[in-house]
Design a protein around this ligand. Structure first.
Ligand code: PLP
Length: 533
């Protein structure tokens, strides 16, 4: 293809993007199709001969665009809408155009160094304590640092792998010594299962210590934590203990402590606490400050059963506290968002934190960020060092050792463009506007006598549950539009509310005019409405 052709095609693409961004509402927000509608109707093999650009584009415009879920649509209130912005698109285009792969410093020095800068910029924008940031001029030397990942799921997995590695390296073999009773039954040298058979493990793995300890390690999170933690525990073979929440859907220190103490009595080892600041369903913030303080100052009672007091205290102080701020972390951009309520003041106790830029931060596609106060631990857990990847200079930063993939999609450029083209003040104004819109929507819902609001509005998510039914008369409808509160119509019995609310969510989405998500915080089915762009 020639450069003249490319220039021409690019013009088309730019115009399509502008039209779409300015008027996504010309489409229905959702589509009503059966699975397979494309699979069964398109060529099953790639073309032998090249297709014309105009034909390809025609297919995209006629078959793909009308059948997308339109995340940029003004009535898209499902999940967390991605905030697709022009700076973000510009950066994505450049990155594709440059076509570089960067996994270590040598593979693309400028990218590696810019990611350090961007991670520190972002960390400061979110007001993270300095211990989470890279030290300049030698980012490898200091304790803190972070990296961009594909998603929050990757960040959580990396944090859990690090926690598991830290426990095993620090405490390997000590659990047995610390048990107050039943030592024989729990002796890992006893050949009760292949996992406990050290001799066998010696023959085939250099990670034997992990396998021996695995059956006893536990991660903790609230019932409202995102399912990515459950996946991470599956992948790491760490047990997951689900902790109940209070009525506001927040995990408290009291509930967490009793779950942990129960496990300690059973000789199990708490290694990881996953605290969500901004849950997916209701936007609740777990009590990070209380939890952090409680864990770091924990004094154990001498247990009759279970592990010895001093060992318990040592593992509780070392427990890895991870903060999932995938959604809620962006709220810390605002000085008013930095409080006990939003978990901000508890960050001093955390070991790692993740925030997604593709939720509320004007990034269109996945961009999860993780920061830790202990990058050495993280890299020890993730590090592999084949000769062909070794850096020539040990001051060089190697992002391949901060996560799972070697070849990484480059996201720093997006954040770099977004932050430079809007500035911190622009981002603060944008987030304040989202909150204002959410409050407005909440006020409308509060006046609606047919629904009950579930959960508090801390940020931009509201959940409603049907609590009454009756068709409005014309007169009543008029009053409703005038903003007057109506007399409460016929209440729905508690046992029918979940079912009817579920039907309401399905009905709304079936209309294809409004997109919402169904959720079930604390066993209550809700229609979840997010105002996130
Ligand atoms: N954590 C929270 C609180 C979330 O809301 C989500 C997604 O909505 C995730 C984690 C998972 O994010 P990702 O899709 O980036 O893996």
């Amino acid at each position: 293809h020639t450069r003249a052709e490319f220039r021409e095609w690019m013009k088309y693409i730019v115009e399509i993007i502008i039209d779409y961004k300015e008027h996504p509402e010309v489409y229905q927000v959702l589509i009503d199709r059966e699975p397979g509608f494309i699979i069964n109707n398109w060529n099953q093999t790639a073309p032998e001969e090249p297709d014309e650009f105009k034909d390809i584009l025609k297919d995209i415009m006629s078959k793909v665009m009308p059948n997308m879920t339109h995340w940029q649509h003004p009535r898209f209130h499902a999940y967390f809408a991605t905030g697709c912005s022009y700076p973000d698109i510009l950066a994505d285009t450049l990155i594709s155009g440059f076509g570089n792969i960067s996994f270590n410093w040598d593979s693309c020095p400028a990218y590696a160094e810019m990611e350090v800068i961007v991670m520190n910029w972002l960390g400061k924008v979110f007001g993270l304590p300095d211990q989470f940031l890279f030290t300049i001029p030698n980012p490898n030397k200091g304790k803190g640092g972070g990296a961009m990942q594909d998603s929050a799921s990757d960040c959580v997995l990396v944090a859990l792998i690090t926690a598991r590695d830290r426990y095993v390296k620090k405490f390997e073999g000590q659990r047995i010594q610390a048990m107050t009773e039943n030592k024989e039954n729990e002796n890992p040298t006893k050949k009760t299962s292949p996992l406990e058979d050290r001799e066998m493990l010696n023959n085939f793995t250099d990670r034997k210590e992990h396998h021996v300890e695995l059956p006893y390690l536990v991660a903790y999170a609230s019932k409202e934590a995102h399912s990515c933690l459950e996946k991470a525990t599956k992948l790491t073979c760490v047990h997951l203990r689900v902790v109940d929440t209070n009525d506001n859907m927040e995990m408290t220190w009291g509930e967490l402590k009793s779950a942990m103490e129960h496990d300690i009595e059973m000789n199990r080892i708490p290694i990881f606490v996953h605290v969500t600041t901004g849950t997916t369903a209701t936007g609740a913030f777990d009590k990070l400050k209380d939890i952090g303080k409680g864990l770091r100052n924990y004094t154990a009672l001498p247990h009759k059963k279970g592990l010895q007091k001093d060992f318990i205290e040592r593992i509780m102080k070392e427990i890895w506290i991870h903060v999932d701020g995938a959604y809620g972390g962006s709220l810390w951009t605002l000085p008013t968002g930095r409080s006990d309520k939003t978990g901000y003041t508890g960050l001093v106790y955390a070991d790692s934190v993740n925030i997604n830029l593709h939720k509320i931060f004007l990034h269109s596609s996945s961009a999860g960020c993780i920061w830790t106060k202990n990058q050495k631990r993280l890299k020890q857990a993730m590090n592999v060092d084949p000769v062909y990847l070794k850096p020539a200079d040990d001051r060089a930063i190697d992002f391949r050792n901060y996560g799972i993939p070697l070849t990484r999609r480059q996201r720093f450029m997006k954040a770099w463009f977004v932050l430079r083209m809007y500035g911190v003040k622009g981002m603060q104004a944008y987030i304040s506007q989202l909150i204002k819109m959410s409050k407005h929507m909440r006020a409308l819902l509060e006046r609606n006598p047919y629904v009950e609001l579930i959960g508090q509005l801390t940020y931009t998510v509201s959940c409603i549950r049907l609590n009454a039914k009756r068709n409005l008369t014309e007169e009543e409808e008029k009053q409703n539009q005038n903003g007057k509160t109506l007399a409460r119509p016929e209440p729905i019995p508690e046992e029918e509310r979940n079912q009817l609310t579920e039907e309401l969510a399905a009905f709304i989405n079936k209309t294809c005019l409004l997109a919402v998500t169904k959720a079930k915080p604390k066993g209550k089915t809700v229609v979840r409405i997010s105002v996130s762009h």
